[in-house]
Design a protein around this ligand. Sequence first.
Ligand code: DGY
Length: 321
Amino acid sequence: MAAKPKLFVLNKLPEAVEARFKRDYDVRLNPDDKTYTEAEIVALSQGMDGIVTSPTTAVKAAVIEGLDKSVRIIATFSVGFDHVELAAAGARGITVTNTPEVLTDATADMTMLLLLAGARRAYEGQKILRENRWIGWRPTQLIGIGCQGKRLGIYGMGRIGQAVARRAKPFGFDLHYHDQNPLPPAKTEGAIFHADVEEMLPFCDYLTIHCPLTPETRKFLNAKRIAKLPKGAVVVNTARGPVIDDEALIAALESGHVAAAGLDVFEGEPKLHPGYLGLDNAYLLPHLGSATLDTRNAMGFRALDNLDAFFKGQAPRDRVA
Ligand code: DGY
């Protein structure tokens, strides 16, 4: 019987996913969910056929260049792959795969949670209760912002943007979107297409970000663009933190130009700009968009399907490099 391919899995994965890894591969797991240094990744990859990473553990050029020649595939347990340096992987002939589709619904659900929590001041409500400061129902207490008849701008109308449009429509939003090209109306819930995102921003009572992180989208939401949003807009981000210029958003949350933000992702995770922490109008979560067991299992199985195909000599379904 042929030896099983050797894999180094950089993060602890759900039980059912690890069980399949153990069944089908000669695998080094990470049961303590240790955060590896770059040097450790390089050292522990000696003799491995592949690496399984996630957005938590960047595999940048310095790591890829140091990898043992045995490493032929990097599978990321995520749809986003900005943490893997594709050009460096390509230069070494290393295949890279991701896990699209299976986390669309969970992430779109989380987008709605953040949108509503920000707009309806859920954090402040929680604080009042937990700090024993609630004086009872009051007609003017914690007045938030509704959805009915408001305009929601979706920046990036890929799978997750479309899933957000499907959820937002029944809430009564008028939908707008920007993407590189218009999509068939059946995929957009009738959202109005803006070829120029600058032109969409003044229509965004709510703006939700669903683009990948690329050199073009880095710091997309800067002070200039925030100024184009209507006063009192709500900003939601479940995509990638660096798409937002934190200093600019924090200033806008402080001034009230942006009434509220719902953020699941941050530049420099797991650290985040400390300016967010003191803001009652920022509803913050630690990158939980895909965090349901079904979704995380599906992500793991999708990564495994790609690895299985690769080691059988077939083209992995989700090859990104
Ligand atoms: C991804 O998959 O890219 C998310 O950020 C983690 O679920």
